[in-house]
Design a protein around this ligand. Structure first.
Ligand SMILES: [Zn+2]
Length: 431
């Protein structure tokens, strides 16, 4: 794998995580009037054109009856125009802007106009301006989906499995059994008749597979290609006789030998695809490699694979971490305490469900250094904190999907782990 791809992936996983979180937050915002501005700018649309449109909209907005809404809309529009002026030309993939007066929690009239520009992960396909009581995040959500789904088919004469592999996950979608009898005929049956019956049965079975493949892989998942696996020559016969829809038949990316067919075969096929590097660059495959490398270190007696938030943070602070792995569903919040008297700082890691209880405990807790009860609290996202520590010590950070099988392995180890550059001297403990 080339260097540039690796570094791009590294940033992708962190950027992707942050963008997803931002989208989730923006989706939850509701304005108290139609005053939240969304702008999608496709790559070829000139910035001056967008600015002209927004100025016209600002003019129209002067007719809004509610003083508060009018002010909010006009503020949001002028803020967006000011931002757009920073660009000489439209960015390569276009630009998306969400801007509006967000509630501060202190009641109507205290809203603050904020702007959230997004450099999209792929080119913006639509030109859109909306002023609504919510932000139009759906198009961006769609852009975040990995659209390079790949179909998986494992087949032998007894059983077939259909699966779908997409950006960061895979799953078995369906399994079929043939009901075709074995290779050896029953006594009393003529060899020719037996062969003919068996061929008919196989033919029906292959047709059924092709129908299901059409429905699941094309109609439902719109896959871009197909990877076929299975033991023995059945898969080759099936492909040679062209049972599949041309969109699958013509897009077979690889045919790989597996020991099993059916559901177990699909699982095996995903591993094979990984080993053979068929889908290098796919996020799921990258994640598989990362987790595999990490698990190897965890099981090795070199003691370089560590896990659990406290160990990982301590090692990061000591500057001995090479790579940090964290799942995107980690629910730990970093709570920082700062004593208002002696400025002593302390941090705590709190599981999100415990946050409310923890806040109450903190309010009545006292400074570890001077005993003062007047402390300041700041809560922040654990991933951002890890990123900060990682980048200041030259460690890499990978955020992997908590939903995948690989993610589940990291989840069982506390959702965060690290590979160390070396074992700190004098430390004889393991893991
Ligand atoms: Zn203190």
């Amino acid at each position: 794998m080339s260097k540039s791809l690796t570094s791009e992936n590294k940033w992708d996983s962190v950027r992707r995580y942050k963008l997803t979180r931002m989208i989730n937050e923006l989706s939850g915002v509701s304005g108290h009037g139609t005053e939240l501005v969304t702008v999608y700018i496709p790559p070829r649309r000139p910035i001056y054109d967008v600015i002209a449109q927004l100025r016209t909209e600002a003019g129209t907005a002067s007719n809004i009856k509610s003083d508060l809404t009018r002010t909010h809309v006009q503020d949001a529009l002028s803020r967006t125009v000011e931002y757009l002026k920073l660009f000489k030309e439209t960015p390569e993939k276009g630009l998306i802007i969400f801007c509006g007066a967000l509630p501060t929690g202190k009641g109507i009239g205290t809203e603050k106009v904020e702007i959230f520009p997004v450099m999209p992960p792929k080119p913006v396909q639509i030109q859109l301006y909306r002023c609504d009581d919510h932000f139009w995040t759906d198009h961006l959500k769609d852009m975040m989906k990995d659209d390079k789904s790949m179909g998986l088919l494992t087949i032998d004469t007894q059983e077939a499995g259909l699966g779908v592999l997409s950006g960061d996950r895979w799953q078995v979608e369906d399994t079929l059994t043939s009901g075709v009898s074995g290779k050896h005929r029953q006594g009393g049956q003529s060899a020719r008749r037996f062969e003919r019956l068996r061929d008919n049965e196989l033919n029906e079975y292959y047709k059924r597979i092709a129908e299901r493949a059409h429905r699941i892989l094309i109609d439902q998942h719109k896959v871009k290609g197909l990877i076929v696996g299975g033991p023995g020559p059945t898969k080759d016969t099936f492909l040679r006789e062209e049972y599949l829809d041309y969109r699958l038949q013509g897009n077979v990316v690889a045919v790989l030998d597996t020991s099993y067919s059916g559901e177990e075969g699909v699982r095996e096929l995903v591993d094979k695809v990984n080993e053979e590097g068929v889908m290098d660059g796919y996020r799921l495959m990258d994640e598989k490699k990362i987790v595999k490398r990490f698990m190897k270190e965890v099981y090795s007696d070199k003691g370089l694979g560590i896990y659990g938030i406290n160990d990982v943070i301590n090692s990061l602070r000591n500057g001995i971490v090479e790579l940090v792995i964290v799942t995107d569903d980690i629910s730990v919040v970093l709570v920082e305490k700062k004593c208002r008297k002696c400025s002593n700082r302390d941090i705590d890691f709190v599981e999100r469900p415990r946050l409310l209880a923890a806040r109450q405990e903190l309010v009545s807790s006292s400074c570890r250094n001077c005993g003062n009860v007047d402390q300041e609290f700041k809560e922040s996202d654990i991933v951002e904190y890890l990123e900060e520590l990682a980048s200041s010590t030259g460690a890499e950070l990978e955020i992997i999907s908590g939903k995948s099988e690989e993610g589940a392995q990291i989840s069982s180890l506390g959702k965060v782990g690290a590979i160390l550059r070396f074992r700190p001297s004098g430390d004889q403990s393991s893991g």
